[in-house]
Write a protein that binds this ligand. Structure first.
Ligand SMILES: Cc1cc2nc3c(=O)[nH]c(=O)nc-3n(C[C@H](O)[C@H](O)[C@H](O)COP(=O)(O)O)c2cc1C
Length: 260
């Protein structure tokens, strides 16, 4: 197989939610992870850990914290990228170095490292014909995911995705226009008309997409929401749920020793 160019991979990629049961070889996993660890990291400290989960029983345990998403059971592999200052702090302690990094800044540094690595691994996987789908449940339910994966103090799961060979071939999703996302030199506030223009196509495409899924269409019709913006804040990402997740994350950061 000839390897597609990086730009081809980036422009043709899309999240995959249906997987073939075919296993992914250890060699291929190592290859994409090796690519991942070439990602830049803060101070080259590489304050992340990657947990590779293949075991069916473990994936069944993770299914509920991952909000019953079918990818957890159907994809042969789950990758969980964790903010990890545990390893580094063990090393600094062994070297008589001053204690540090057990604070929110430490968490942010490690969470950024973990997130950046995850996207390099994702692109490496996609360039080898594999599919991935991130799961926001990794951070939303980080406490339960962390417990199942036996994470020690100063380790927090931040992002994760399913990995395997695609059993579907969805078209790439639309994006907001570049002009709506980029500011030159400094941030320029949007007028209402500009906001409407930026989201114009999304409002149509996104609504059509959600209405094309039987279960979602029923949910939308039953709830009485009438546009995509309302779907986002009244059905998909409600204030009530976000309040619960925010509290869970903050409590877990505290208990994992990141709030000193
Ligand atoms: C941090 C993050 C969390 C996500 N969580 C989920 C998820 O829980 N379930 C899901 O089906 N897709 C999830 N996605 C995938 C997004 O829905 C997807 O990337 C977006 O709709 C754009 O589609 P594309 O990846 O096919 O281009 C997540 C993506 C990111 C980056």
């Amino acid at each position: 197989m000839t390897t597609p160019s990086l730009f081809d991979v980036i422009h043709s990629r899309r999240s995959i939610r249906q997987y073939k049961p075919d296993p992914v070889s250890n060699e291929l996993i190592d290859k994409i992870l090796e690519a991942g660890i070439h990602t830049s990291s803060s101070g080259n400290m590489q304050t992340y850990s990657i947990v590779v989960t293949r075991d069916r029983k473990l994936r069944e345990t993770l299914y509920e914290p991952h909000m019953n998403q079918n990818m957890v059971l159907d994809a042969p592999v789950l990758l969980t990228f964790c903010a990890d200052f545990h390893r580094m702090r063990r090393w600094t302690a062994l070297n008589g170095a001053a204690d540090s990094f057990d604070d929110f800044m430490g968490f942010m540094v490690a969470a950024i490292d973990a997130t950046l690595v995850s996207q390099t691994v994702a692109l490496a996987a996609e360039s080898h014909g594999l599919g991935i789908c991130y799961m926001g449940s990794t951070i939303a339910n980080c406490d339960r995911v962390g417990e199942i994966l036996k994470l020690p103090k100063n380790v927090v799961p931040v992002v994760g995705f399913s990995l395997g060979y695609p059993a579907e071939n969805p078209a790439p999703r639309d994006r907001l226009p570049l002009s709506g996302l980029v500011h030159h030199e400094t941030y320029r506030e949007y007028s209402d008309d500009e906001i409407k223009e930026i989201y114009h196509q999304r409002e149509t495409n996104g609504w059509k997409r959600y209405m094309s899924f039987e279960k979602l269409r029923k949910m939308i019709e039953d709830s009485g929401v009438t546009n995509l913006a309302q779907v986002y804040t009244q059905l998909k990402y409600t204030k009530e749920e976000h309040t619960v997740f925010s509290r869970q994350i903050l409590d877990y950061l505290e208990s994992q020793g990141f709030m000193n």
